[in-house]
Design a binder for this molecule. Structure first.
Ligand code: IMP
Length: 206
């Protein structure tokens, strides 16, 4: 039986404002105060693991130990099959120190063209980990499939959203309504699993 979240305050172990906004929305129905790692001035650990789940646990554990509160973290990425699932766990790093996702998307397209492949299958993956200060973790993963589009389209969302078109749809995540993205995304899928596992006893907000 998975551990239940009964505390009324948690830390969101992320410094990415796009993710913080989306996760706050997902947690909105609960009577749980969400503070971000940035607000608590917690350091950002190096992501030294080789899997999304490993990095999600690493980040949440660091925040839980530093704050004494349960911590929730997200490790996610964009994968393009034709280029060996790059950038994958290095998705944030492909944007460089300036976090320039225009540049990161250019790199994806350059690698895609160099591959000679016409397979545009890509996906977003999200691992979510909830870690308590005693080190216990509950960790889940959500995946969605899409098509890589070029050139990028739309200014909504963040990161690789303008080059991701969910299978069966005609707009990129950069073009769709953010609320709709929140309801179908890899993060939403992972979150649904986490809710099912750990939030059964969590008080709802008014
Ligand atoms: P990390 O989990 O902090 O290593 O960063 C994951 C990176 O993957 C983000 O910086 C984004 O570039 C990308 N990413 C993850 N989720 C999304 C999403 O929902 N839309 C667009 N890009 C995403």
């Amino acid at each position: 039986m998975a551990r239940q979240l009964t505390e009324n305050r948690i830390v969101l172990a992320s410094h990415n404002s796009g993710k913080v906004r989306e996760i706050r929305e997902l947690l909105a129905p609960f009577a749980v105060e969400v503070v971000s790692a940035g607000e608590l001035d917690l350091p950002e650990p190096d992501e030294t693991e080789t899997t999304y789940k490993g990095n999600a646990i690493l980040k949440a554990k660091a925040a839980a130990l530093a704050s004494g509160l349960p911590a929730l973290s997200d490790d996610s990425g964009f994968e393009l099959m034709a280029i060996n699932k790059d950038p994958g766990i290095y998705s944030a790093r492909w944007a460089g120190p300036d976090k320039d996702f225009g540049l990161a998307m250019e790199k994806v397209n350059t690698a895609f063209e160099a591959s000679g492949s016409d397979d545009r299958h890509c996906r977003f993956i999200c691992a979510l980990s909830l870690v308590w200060p005693d080190g216990h973790d509950e960790t889940v993963e959500g995946i969605i499939d899409g098509d890589f589009v070029w050139p990028p389209r739309g200014t909504n969302g963040f990161g690789y959203d303008p080059i991701f078109q969910l299978k069966g749809h005609e707009q990129t995540f950069g073009e769709v309504d953010p609320e709709w993205k929140d309801s179908v995304s890899h993060r939403a899928k992972a979150f649904a699993q986490l809710l099912d596992r750990c939030f059964r006893d969590t008080p709802k907000g008014s």
